[in-house]
Structure formats: C-alpha cells, structure tokens
Design a protein around this ligand. Structure first.
Ligand code: SF4
Ligand code: SF4
Length: 66
C-alpha cells in the first residue's frame, strides 16, 4: 500500500493510448471516458515508475515525488 505514491495524469498531455493502464499489474489505473483514471491509488507500489516509463507523452507524475 502506498497512500502517498500514486500516478497523476496530465490530461493536457495524455492522448488516451492506455499503455499505462495495460502495463500496471496492480490495477491502479482503469480505462474511463477516453482517459486513464486512477481507481486504486492504495495499490500503487511506492517508487514504481512503470507506467511513467511506458508513457510516450510524458503525461505521468506521482503524488509524493516531491
Ligand atoms: S500512457 Fe500516457 S498518454 Fe497513454 S493513456 Fe497513459 S498517461 Fe495517457
Ligand atoms: S507506478 Fe507502478 S504500480 Fe503504480 S500505477 Fe504505475 S505501474 Fe502501477
């Protein structure tokens, strides 16, 4: 559980390719309305940056990274 570490999607940069949703093995992200939605932030793994790495648009940052 990582209450202080979960993805934040930049809606302006995101193109809705859903690579991040398909990548995350913990179901943190879900496909919703053409854009990913953070549905299970508590299941995100602290300091994992997997979804950020697969995002070509540089649209993902993390709560708790600063
Ligand atoms: S990988 Fe990046 S551009 Fe694609 S849906 Fe996720 S946040 Fe959006
Ligand atoms: S940081 Fe890792 S665990 Fe968290 S949503 Fe992205 S891929 Fe999933």
């Amino acid at each position: 559980m990582a209450a202080n570490w979960y993805p934040i999607i930049d809606e302006e940069k995101c193109i809705g390719c859903f690579q991040c949703v398909d990548f995350c093995p913990h179901g943190v992200l879900a496909k919703a309305d053409g854009k990913p939605e953070v549905v299970k932030p508590e299941d995100c793994v602290e300091f994992c940056r997997g979804c950020q790495k697969v995002c070509d648009q540089d649209a993902i940052t993390y709560s708790g990274e600063n």
